[in-house]
Design a protein around this ligand. Structure first.
Ligand code: SF4
Length: 341
């Protein structure tokens, strides 16, 4: 059955029109879905019962329910969300003062096999529909019992491998008559799919873009992110530069620090040179160990040293902590663990 949350505002209006209903009925329905965030049809009291019956007949309202929760209510929680067909995906809920962030999945599994990612190891099952991503967002608000003020498409899956559905979900969540989450509070993260970055640069949107870099040289990057063989740095970096120029937005590059692999001063220097032409910020994150990858986090002093090398050379950089590693919050780990048990 089709998910009602798959429909854009215009599509919802068409559906209501096809049911012989005036335009304002679709506005009322939109309000129930995205302002009042109704989780059952019965509560939509101002809709005529024949419209509700038709909607119930054609559409499903529930797109994600909680299957399992790990973690601490005050900090990081990892949720296994069950989709209508029984498939499970992960989302991570992070609290940092007033900042409430949800990291949603866009695919069940992933094709890209990044070395230190459990999703990549577990294989690909299917793309998620827009409504299933919105469902994860609404589920997170229900679990927080509060509004989410940041959304990142950084869970399982590669957003640019499911481009249209991800953009549709982001646009619906951004719609000012509904959830109205600001575009700059929505981040799309990619492992470096060049055509996706090009396409997004032409959308005229203000969503944030984050690119997983992890190495400043091709040989090493191809080992960590096999997608680099298809889209090497000589293609990726110029496209990121074009994106920053066209949109006026700062790109974030994610760089996971792995001891003895990509954390040397020489590589920090290469990173500075590589990114010099781009208006960007580098997020340095110590590795969260996963069973399938034998890398370990850097020594305690390496992270601050690496960040200092970057900032001293004029590259904006921040060292983040890898919150959530204790609850398997590196992408794909919870779902993968479920499969293994
Ligand atoms: S890091 Fe992202 S793109 Fe890479 S395998 Fe994991 S989910 Fe896929």
């Amino acid at each position: 059955m089709n998910l009602i949350h798959n429909l854009s505002k215009a599509e919802l209006a068409e559906v209501c029109l096809s049911f012989g209903q005036p335009k304002y009925r679709s506005d009322q329905l939109w309000q129930w879905l995205y302002v009042k965030k109704a989780s059952d049809w019965e509560s939509m009291k101002n809709l005529p019962s024949d419209l509700r019956d038709k909607l119930i007949d054609k559409f499903s309202l529930q797109s994600a329910v909680t299957d399992k929760i790990d973690g601490n209510e005050d900090e990081t929680r990892k949720v296994l969300a069950k989709l209508p067909d029984g498939e499970c995906v992960e989302e991570v809920l992070l609290v940092d003062g007033d900042r409430k962030t949800v990291c949603v999945s866009c695919q069940a599994g992933c094709k890209f096999k990044c070395a230190f990612c459990a999703s990549g190891q577990a294989g690909f099952t299917r793309n998620l529909e827009a409504g299933e991503m919105i469902g994860q967002f609404l589920l997170a608000e229900e679990l927080f019992n509060d509004r989410i003020n940041n959304l990142v498409f950084m869970g399982m899956g590669e957003p640019f491998d499911n481009y249209d559905n991800v953009m549709k979900a982001a646009r619906i969540i951004n719609n000012e008559d509904g959830i109205n989450l600001g575009a700059r509070r929505i981040t799309i993260s990619t492992c470096g799919i060049v055509p996706g970055i090009k396409k997004m640069s032409e959308e005229g949107l203000q969503f944030e873009l984050s690119v997983s870099l992890h190495a400043p040289v091709d040989e090493l990057r191809s080992r960590l992110l096999p997608v680099n063989k298809q889209y090497p740095l000589r293609e990726l970096i110029p496209v990121c530069g074009d994106y920053a120029e066209k949109t006026g937005r700062i790109i974030t590059f994610e760089y996971t620090l792995i001891k003895g692999v990509n954390d040397s001063p020489a590589l920090a220097e290469k990173l500075v040179k590589l990114l010099r032409p781009i208006h960007c910020h580098v997020n340095l994150i110590p590795l969260s160990p996963v069973a399938e990858f034998d890398g370990v986090p850097p020594d305690k002093e390496t992270g601050p040293m690496f960040v200092e090398l970057l900032t001293d050379s004029g590259t904006n950089a921040t060292l983040r902590n890898s919150r959530g590693s204790a609850i398997k919050a590196a992408c794909g780990q919870l779902r993968y663990a479920e499969r293994e048990e």
